[in-house]
Design a binder for this molecule. Structure first.
Ligand code: A2P
Length: 341
């Protein structure tokens, strides 16, 4: 950190869907940035990104990027391969890395953090702090206060995930497919081998031998780690839907103690990072299209599930580029500064 208190910052993956969002979150939250550098692949040489009324040139990420320039904090969002290679380099050069990829999340020595849930874990970092999978991050924000108040026995989650979770090219393809459909033309297929427009994909991730997708495994493992409940029973089905932004999650859970709807509402309405939108008969329930670009995780449709003892259902929506990725990463960086770490 400079004597003025300004933080020198690098964003790796600056041209991607999450990288772009990071700049907008940093700007909106008046992050105390001094020197800021943007990095992406050689493909982006010559491009710029907008930040705080200026345009930053996008530099190619090269092996010596963190030796040529000194950074306090590096926000990485360029995929697991890049993180595995570059995060240790940035740490050796003296930076703290907040990494958005899956590379380090399940490493027992690396904290996996949603600040509203387990901010104290940041203190035990050894240079890298992992930013969770977007679906897990959004899920944990309302689960934490429910877990604290009533205890968790079992969770069943079905997701309705936006295409921006798959990157900037996926967003462009859904738009192109939608336009082509409206014009009566053949739909382009560069990202998906099938139509994403007007469709629902129950598989949009690598599938393991046992039929579980990579995304489902991440959500299950990471939720246990973030909540600090290694034995939590959790079952997840991840689905891609033709929505641009905001993941929605149908959450069914069994609590240890009886959780009356009014009590759950009370617990969630005071919880950090949660906003209650729960009056379905008056049209108040979380809808991804309207909530895109906002910071809270929204909870609604809270109702008892009489099919099991202490059963409860709710509907959760969060902007996965913000709370699920960029906002969460910037919040971690803010905590690092606040705690002098
Ligand atoms: P680029 O635009 O130059 O390919 P998304 O997930 O939205 O597709 O974004 C991925 C981000 O990761 C982009 O900024 C992309 O840059 C960046 N990236 C991909 N490969 C590399 C690489 N080899 N070196 C640096 N950045 C990379």
């Amino acid at each position: 950190m400079s004597p003025s208190g300004a933080v020198s910052l690098a964003v790796v993956g600056a041209t991607g869907a999450v990288g772009q969002e990071m700049f907008s979150v940093l700007e909106q939250r008046r992050f105390p940035a001094g020197k800021v550098r943007a990095f992406a692949s050689a493909r982006s040489t010559g491009r710029t990104v907008a930040f705080n009324g200026t345009t930053l040139p996008v530099g190619e990420l090269k092996a010596d990027a963190f030796e040529r320039d000194r950074f306090d904090i590096v926000l990485m969002s360029a995929g697991a391969k890049i993180s595995r290679e570059y995060a240790p380099r940035a740490v050796s050069a003296g930076a703290v890395v907040v990494d958005n990829s899956s590379a380090w999340r399940m490493d027992p020595g690396v904290p996996l953090v949603v600040p509203e849930v387990n901010a104290p874990d940041i203190r035990r970092h050894k240079g890298i702090i992992a930013n969770p999978n977007c679906t897990a991050a959004i899920l944990c924000v309302p689960l934490k206060p429910i877990s604290d108040a009533f205890g968790l026995e079992r969770i069943v989650v079905s997701t309705y995930q936006a295409v921006s979770g798959k990157g900037a090219r996926a967003v462009a393809e859904l738009e192109a497919q939608t336009r082509a459909w409206a014009a009566g033309q053949a739909l382009p297929h560069n990202v998906w081998p099938y139509d994403m427009a007007f469709n629902v994909l129950a598989v949009d991730w690598k599938v393991a031998e046992d039929g579980t997708t990579e995304e489902e495994a991440k959500v299950m493992e990471e939720t246990r780690k973030i909540l600090g409940l290694p034995n939590l029973r959790i079952s997840v089905t991840c689905v891609r839907v033709p929505v641009f932004r905001c993941h929605s999650e149908s959450v069914n859970l069994q609590t240890r103690r009886k959780a009356a709807v009014a009590e759950v509402r009370r617990v969630l309405s005071g919880a950090p990072g949660v906003e209650l939108l729960d009056d379905p008969r008056a049209g108040r329930f979380p809808r991804p299209k309207e909530l895109a670009g906002s910071d809270p995780v929204y909870a609604g449709r809270i109702r008892e599930d009489g099919s099991v003892e202490n059963g409860l259902s709710l509907w959760v929506v969060g902007d996965q580029l913000r709370k699920g990725a960029a906002l969460n990463a910037v919040q971690i960086a803010e905590r690092l500064i606040q705690d002098g770490l």
